[in-house]
Design a protein. Structure first.
Length: 101
């Protein structure tokens, strides 16, 4: 199945502790059905100091389920993603406005 959300897409969180916040997808994990959004779903990870890195409490973005994310359309609102054929190519479009993503 084609990916509805891809790396670099601007998305809004629909559910969870960061509900209503927007960000950009930095990584997608299709096998797990999750994506990492920059600056959202932050958890503190405690790391041990090593010769290469400073230890301590490091904030890290955790994956969010794809069902809890929606793409932001041209109006700045959450939209579902659809597919259609244009000039022999399959393209993604926002269902609210009909604009190609």
């Amino acid at each position: 199945m084609a990916a509805k959300l891809k790396k670099g897409d601007k998305v809004v969180v629909l559910a969870g502790k960061d509900k209503g916040k927007t960000g950009e997808i930095s990584a997608v994990m299709p096998a797990k059905g999750k994506a990492v959004v920059d600056g959202l779903n932050i958890a503190i990870r405690h790391t041990r100091q090593s010769q290469t890195s400073q230890g301590g409490r490091i904030p890290q973005a955790q994956p969010i389920d794809l069902s809890n994310l929606a793409i932001v359309d041209a109006n700045g609102k959450a939209s579902r993603v659809g597919f259609r054929m244009e000039d022999g190519k399959k393209v993604r479009f926002a269902k609210t406005t009909g604009d190609v993503i």
